[in-house]
Design a protein around this ligand. Structure first.
Ligand code: SF4
Length: 677
């Protein structure tokens, strides 16, 4: 029998809806769903979203490492042994030798449960992949406007008169969002793109500021210098709704466009023009992604961009806003659920005695740890040093996604216990002591929160293969085996209801409602009869005094700069037809055929100097490793810059140095050399 079930795309943070077409219970295709934020449209990944579901490589039974490698065992035995080992390690070395990686590709309920397990075991060592993408956004927005989330809705985009798209290439990362951007352009909006590469988005831009990687602060400060010099700022907004403008004036004074040109490579005239265009538009939106955040100054980069929007009064009104765009389908939700080492669900600090007491009461324990836990890179380092003994990884593949791959592998091999819960035997799972087979998105229920804070229900369309189980079910089994209190969930909705008690933003977002309102609800939603919040910061900011903090920032160069041995700047990017570490997308024949192999972009001048022809195989070398791929000679990158899509393992090259504030690695800048093979 042919059926159509409403689905939710498992890839990026756009939150696109579609129909999953099934025949006799098996998935056979994706069909457009007329509603949804995607208005019936999908990008190539969304169209191919059923391809990996029945792939022969899906994990179907729990696995245990023995001297014969990974062998199948039954669920009861696997969960019992994992629980015993976790308790034994906790007993022997203490709770902070346990670590948990949660996932922005798992549901809110699953993220909620994993952090609950960590905290009930006595540690706050829980984090997820936002550490590698938007940790800087969380810190930067919390400090400036008080809420680590997109301030407006996608529907604000066509109402803007200027879009400043910074370190972000929606044409490949969120192609469906381009419809909103092009609508804005049709309505007369100017589009300014800041990117070291000429991306697909640049094709639609009025101005392209092609800056040298890692010089974002200089450029933003120079734009603010112009806006202040020309008195184009929004005086009333600054006076009534912000603090710190005077300090900003003092800091940006020296960042003249001419000074900025020397550092960023962007012509002073273009900096002036873009600043004036931005400030005089009346309604503007600032959008950003990893090009801005993955730096040793990631949090500072976000603050400076927030400053730019704030001095122009571009927050809290129609057609304005701060738009961090999420790479995975539940980055926002995983953060909201506190798969983070310093907060409980709803961003309530673990150091706050009152909040901790409340959480302990809900979870049925006397007290919880008040010591902020380790972030993902810190847990990897601790494992390498032998200080972290056990790591439980749900839906993440750090061997491919984290910087400095060799270091990650050494660290994971050093653990006494590595458990990986996933849908495929990833490069990380291959190193595990136990591998637990998880259900994919279409095989389970739960809620997911898209970039615009939109919480949507994910409906089950098909059964999982073999003995694979939804992550929430596996975690419920584990919680019970560990003897943790209040783990008697009979279905996923029990967990959703518990979330409404602990995360204030989700109070009115019940499972019944999400199932009824298929288009979802935007948080904050304080009660069941509240319609949700399309726009934040309308009357007051989410700071204690209701005012936004303008925080001036000085430029600090990237951790690695080109030198004689490594004369190029290496930067990384994503492409439309592959996704992150290839686990799902490369198991789609249509995607794999069209987006098949790794490459590196190199400028024609650099290629000529090195005698490299387009299509030739080259080797890229950094202080951490080397990587072989095809050269694409293109004007899309400037002289001195090498750009690689990171999906095929390019993180062997990237730098694991951390932003001291956000603890995000500097994935976007490293010094490298290029060798002709
Ligand atoms: Fe899926 Fe994102 Fe593409 Fe939409 S834009 S179909 S959510 S990958």
């Amino acid at each position: 029998m042919e059926e159509f079930k409403i689905g939710l795309c498992p890839y990026c943070g756009m939150g696109c809806r579609f129909y999953i077409k099934t025949l006799n219970g098996q998935p056979i295709g994706i069909e457009p769903y007329p509603g949804g934020v995607n208005e019936g449209k999908l990008c190539p990944k969304g169209v191919a979203a059923v391809d990996f579901l029945r792939h022969k490589d899906r994990l179907k039974k729990p696995l245990k490492r023995t001297e014969n490698g990974l062998v199948e065992i039954n669920w009861e035995q696997a969960i019992k042994e994992i629980a015993e080992k976790l308790l034994e390690i906790r007993e022997k070395y203490g709770p902070d030798t346990l670590g948990f990686f949660s996932s922005a590709r798992c549901s809110n309920e699953e993220n909620y449960l994993l952090q609950k397990i960590a905290r009930l075991l006595g540690t706050n060592n829980v984090d997820h992949c936002a550490r590698l993408c938007h940790a800087s956004t969380v810190v930067g927005l919390a400090q400036t406007v008080g809420a680590a989330a997109q301030s407006g809705s996608y529907t604000d985009i066509p109402k803007a008169k200027v879009l400043l798209i910074w370190g972000y290439n929606p044409s490949e990362t969120h192609p469906v969002l381009m419809r909103y951007i092009l609508r804005a352009r049709d309505n007369g909006a100017k589009i300014i793109v800041v990117d070291p590469r000429k991306t697909g988005t640049v094709w639609f831009a009025d101005m392209h500021l092609q800056l040298k990687p890692g010089t974002d602060i200089v450029l933003a400060n120079a734009m603010m210098h112009v806006i202040i010099e020309e008195r184009l700022y929004d005086r009333e907004f600054i006076m009534n709704r912000t603090k710190g403008f005077e300090k900003l004036i003092a800091v940006v004074q020296k960042y003249t466009p001419e000074y900025a040109e020397e550092i960023t490579g962007v012509p002073a005239k273009l900096i002036r023009e873009s600043a004036i265009t931005f400030a005089t538009a009346g309604r503007g939106i600032v959008m950003w992604a990893m090009g801005l955040t993955q730096h040793v100054t990631g949090a500072a980069n976000v603050k400076v961009l927030a400053d730019l929007a704030l001095i122009c009064g571009y927050v809290g009104r129609e057609g304005t806003g701060l738009f961090p765009m999420r790479g995975q389908n539940n980055v926002q939700g995983a953060c909201d659920m506190a798969a983070l080492p310093n907060v409980f669900p709803g961003y309530q600090k673990v150091t706050d005695d009152e909040k901790r007491k409340y959480m302990a009461e809900i979870w049925g324990v006397e007290d919880l740890s008040s010591k902020p836990g380790l972030t993902i890179p810190e847990m990897i380092d601790a494992a390498a040093k032998g200080e972290l003994k056990a790591l439980y990884i749900m839906g993440e593949n750090p061997v491919m996604s984290d910087p400095n791959t060799k270091h990650v592998i050494e660290a994971l091999k050093n653990l006494e216990l590595l458990v990986v819960q996933d849908i495929f035997l990833t490069e990380t799972a291959e190193l595990a002591h136990y591998v637990l087979p998880a259900a994919a998105y279409a095989e389970k229920e739960g809620s997911f929160t898209a970039s615009e804070r939109r919480v949507q229900w994910n409906f089950k369309a098909i059964e999982p293969p073999g003995e694979a189980k939804p992550d929430w079910e596996i975690l419920t089994m584990l919680g019970k085996a560990l003897g943790l209190p209040k783990f008697d969930y009979s279905d996923v909705e029990d967990i959703t209801r518990e979330i409404t008690l602990v995360a204030p933003q989700y109070r009115g977002i019940t499972p019944d409602r999400l199932k009824r309102e298929v288009m979802g609800v935007q948080w904050p939603c304080p009660s069941e009869d509240h319609s949700g919040t399309p726009r934040l910061h309308v009357e007051r900011f989410a700071t204690p005094d209701g005012k936004a903090n303008i925080i001036p920032v000085e430029f600090k160069p990237p951790a690695e700069e080109p030198d004689e041995e490594y004369p190029f700047i290496l930067t990384t990017f994503r492409i439309v037809g592959q996704y992150h570490t290839l686990t799902m997308s490369n198991r789609s024949e249509s995607l794999k055929k069209r987006w098949s192999s790794p490459y590196a972009q190199i400028s024609p001048k650099d290629a000529e100097k090195l005698g490299i022809q387009d299509g030739e195989v080259i080797r890229i070398v950094t202080r951490r490793g080397s990587y072989t791929c095809r050269a694409v000679v293109t004007e899309d990158v400037s002289e001195g810059v090498i750009a690689v899509p990171w999906h095929w393992g390019a993180n062997i090259l990237t730098n694991d140095v951390l932003d001291p504030e956000a603890k995000i690695p500097e994935l976007k800048v490293a010094a490298c050399r290029v060798e002709k093979i």
